[in-house]
Each structure stands twice: as structure tokens, then as C-alpha cells.
Design a protein around this ligand. Structure first.
Ligand code: HAM
Length: 414
């Protein structure tokens, strides 16, 4: 009878086959981020609910509708992390990282949780890889983190990627702009969708994200912050663009770009991929110069991004290649099992992937099994203590020196 249990809605199991391209991706990320001096950090998967309410923002969809919040046995309100930036900033403050040489450059990778309606590329438990560069307002840092994600996607060979770039200005500039935007939305209230209309004064920027036709019409003539940028905000944005131009990272300016988190200031960006359907954003981020202060620290500018691991994998749509083994140790009779076990351990210590039969198969089925798991060579331990080495690709077989089996395997090919 089939099991009645299933993974909860919006979650999935990562099975051994699909785990391989995922592992390749994770290794590539650690490599690319590490080469630029970003050190790994891991934070708990749950935090005080208040951290996300304050960090991500009470008016965002994430906090209003999508958090997995629960009370622990001590009556504390906890939330499964919906994103990583607030947690990393909390850790930065908690561990006094402002005393280290700045900026502090960190990268992370792990599961995140949002109670969204599941669809292709959108899950309730998903995985992100991300970087945060904390403690500098230099446009060099903005350009660096953008280049890191561009490099990673290029190194993995993700096709059809486009970078969209925008700027929200400083908090003050944004506040002034939001008044203009609200005025525009109020002037066209009758043409807006109910959802947007109800949130004009709470989160007017989200109107740019609406699929509603009437709203889209209103937004086509809405003022954008990019055209209103001035002074240091305008200079900062120009410098980020110049740095990207100089390094050959292609982008388009998108004055309507908005992001679903409240902490952004100045640069925001989004990498989209035309191979993905509705959930086309592979990754994105931006500058969040006010967040650390918001969480109780000194004013500390910072910039970062996160990318969805499942979305990158969907875009790559890779064949799950069999990994194969270096060696399989077959025994002609049960009396050789102990020797085979010891030998497998020795080979593994020497860095060779080796397996042996754990299921009591006949000699013939052991060879079949070796073939099925893609073993390149089979070491046959004969009942009389002699040994043979068989190359599974050519079918060639030759005697092996029973006293030097590890050397036989680590040395030249069979
Ligand atoms: P975010 O845009 O909310 O940003 O998420 C980053 C990425 O996570 C998205 O581009 C998408 O690829 C993936 N993602 C988000 N929600 C889901 C989901 N339900 N299912 C699958 N994938 C998803 C942040 O989280 C910010 N913390 C990024 C950041 C870091 N900004 C500055 N530093």
C-alpha cells in the first residue's frame, strides 16, 4: 500500500539524483564568493518574529501574509526565516562585527520559508544563496556584489539572463518621491485595482508590480524615482553604472523596478531569466543603508543579494548525470568479505570512491551491480586469496598483486 504521507504543500524532497547539480551549484557559489573574500556565515532557521517585522517591514507581503510564525513553549513568538539579510545583520550586531575591518563580507546558503501559493519556481520552503557586504557605502561594493552574481550565473552557464538595475535614492529622497507617487495614485484611484487602492498610503511602490490592466495604465504615466534622483544619490547611481560599464556587465535601467522588502535604499537590482515562467527572477538585492540602525545599531551602510537555488536549477534544466564510482570490490566467496571491507575503507581513505556488496549477492550479480552503479573498475577477490582487476569500460581483466591492492588502484589504470 502506498504511504499516505506526503511532503507538506509547497515543499519537496531533494532526492540523490537531483542533488548532484544542486551540489555543483553550491560548490560553485562557495568558490566564486570565496575568491572575492566573502566568508561563510550560517544563522538559525528561526528568529524572533520582531526581527523580521522590523527588518523586512510591516507593510510588506512577506510580513503581512507569508511568514510561518509560531509560539514556542515559553510563549515567545518565533518565525521561520523568510529571508537572510535581517538575520545576518542581527548576527553582525550581536557579535560586534562593527569592530572588525570594514566592510565585513559574508555569504550564506540554506533553506528559507514563505507561505506563498506554490507554483513552478515558488515554494514554501526554498533555498537561497546570498552575500552581504556590510560597512561601506561605496558604489564599488554595489558593483562587486552585482558582479558576483553575474559571475556565478555565467560560470554555471545559466542561459537567457538579464540584469535590471534601479535606484530608490536615500530614505529622505524616497519619502519625498513617495508623496508624489501617492498623489498620482490618488488622482487615478478609480482606475486602480482594489488591492492597490487599499494600499496607496501603506505601500504605493507595489503598484508598479501589479498585473491589473487598469493599474498598469496608471503606472505607465507615474513619476519614477530614477528620474528624480539628485545630488549624492544621483552620483552614487552614476558611479555604480560606470563601474558595471567598465567591467562589461550588461544591464538595463528599469525605473519601475521595486522589491518586496522595505529596507532598500539607493541601488536595487534583479536578475531575470527568460527560461522561467511567471517566477522569472533568479535573484536580486540592493543596498540597505538604514537596516542596521533600524535593528538598533549605529548607522551602517550595506549591500547584498540573494538568489533562489531552485530557480537557478530550473533555468539550467540539467540532465542528471550518473556520478559513477572509481571501484567496486567483488568477492568470489563469503570468506573474502572481511578483506573486502578493510580494503574498501583503505581505498576510501586514499580518496578513491569504492563500494562493495552489502546485500549478499552471488558473484555474478555483484558484477551486474557494479555495472549498474557505474563502477569504472572491479577488484575481484578470489576465494584462494588472489585478485583480479577488471576494467568495466574495456572488459579487460588482469591479475593484481594481492599484497599491493591499494597501490594497484591508486597507481596506473587497469
Ligand atoms: P528576495 O527578492 O525576496 O530577496 O528573494 C531573493 C530570491 O529568492 C528571489 O529572487 C527568488 O529567486 C528566490 N525566492 C524568493 N521567494 C521564493 C519562493 N517562494 N520560492 C522559490 N524561490 C524564492 C531577499 O530575500 C533579500 N534578502 C535579498 C537581499 C540580500 N537583499 C540584500 N541582501
Amino acid at each position: 500500500m502506498a504511504s499516505k504521507f506526503q511532503a507538506p504543500r509547497g515543499t519537496f524532497d531533494i532526492l540523490p539524483g537531483p542533488a548532484r547539480p544542486r551540489r555543483r551549484l553550491e560548490r560553485a557559489a562557495v568558490e566564486v564568493f570565496g575568491r572575492a573574500g566573502y566568508e561563510p556565515i550560517a544563522t538559525p532557521v528561526f528568529e524572533d518574529t520582531d526581527l523580521f517585522e522590523r527588518g523586512v517591514g510591516k507593510s510588506t507581503d512577506i510580513v503581512r501574509k507569508e511568514m510561518f510564525t509560531f509560539e514556542d513553549k515559553g510563549g515567545r513568538s518565533l518565525t521561520l526565516r523568510p529571508e537572510g539579510t535581517a538575520s545576518v545583520c542581527r548576527a553582525y550586531l550581536e557579535h560586534g562585527m562593527q569592530k572588525l575591518a570594514q566592510p565585513v563580507k559574508l555569504h550564506y546558503l540554506g533553506p528559507f520559508f514563505r507561505h506563498e501559493r506554490p507554483q513552478a519556481g515558488r515554494y514554501r520552503q526554498f533555498h537561497q544563496l546570498g552575500v552581504e557586504c556590510i560597512g561601506t557605502d561605496s558604489p564599488l561594493a554595489d558593483a562587486e556584489v552585482i558582479m558576483l552574481l553575474a559571475d556565478l550565473l555565467a560560470e554555471l552557464g545559466v542561459p537567457g539572463v538579464e540584469l535590471r538595475l534601479g535606484s530608490l535614492g536615500s530614505f529622505e529622497a524616497r519619502r519625498a518621491y513617495l508623496e508624489d507617487l501617492k498623489a498620482h495614485l490618488h488622482a487615478h484611484e478609480g482606475e486602480l485595482s482594489k488591492d492597490v487602492r487599499e494600499r496607496i498610503d501603506i505601500n504605493p511602490l507595489r503598484a508598479f508590480d501589479s498585473d491589473d490592466e487598469g493599474t498598469r495604465g496608471v503606472m505607465a504615466s507615474a513619476p519614477t524615482i530614477v528620474e528624480q534622483l539628485e545630488g549624492e544619490d544621483a552620483e552614487h547611481f552614476a558611479e555604480v553604472r560606470a563601474l558595471l560599464d567598465a567591467t562589461g556587465v550588461g544591464y538595463t535601467i528599469d525605473p519601475t523596478l521595486v522589491r518586496g522588502l522595505d529596507y532598500y535604499t539607493r541601488t536595487i537590482f534583479s536578475f531575470v531569466c527568460d527560461r522561467l515562467g511567471a517566477q522569472s527572477e533568479i535573484g536580486g538585492g540592493g543596498r540597505y543603508d538604514g537596516l542596521i540602525e533600524q535593528l538598533g545599531g549605529q548607522p551602517t551602510p550595506a549591500v547584498g543579494f540573494a538568489a533562489g537555488i531552485e530557480r537557478i536549477l530550473l533555468a539550467l534544466d540539467e540532465e542528471v548525470a550518473e556520478e559513477g564510482r572509481d571501484a567496486f570490490i567483488a568477492v568470489a566467496g563469503p570468506e573474502q568479505r572481511q578483506r573486502a571491507t578493510a580494503l574498501a575503507a583503505e581505498l576510501r581513505h586514499a580518496g578513491i570512491s569504492a563500494e562493495l556488496d552489502l546485500a549478499g549477492r552471488s558473484f555474478k550479480s555483484q558484477l551486474k551491480h557494479a555495472n549498474r552503479i557505474g563502477a569504472r573498475r572491479v577488484l575481484i577477490l578470489e576465494a584462494d586469496g588472489s585478485a583480479q582487476l577488471r576494467d568495466m569500460e574495456t572488459g579487460e581483466q588482469r591479475p593484481a598483486d594481492p599484497g599491493n591492492l591499494v597501490e594497484e588502484m591508486t597507481g596506473g589504470e587497469a
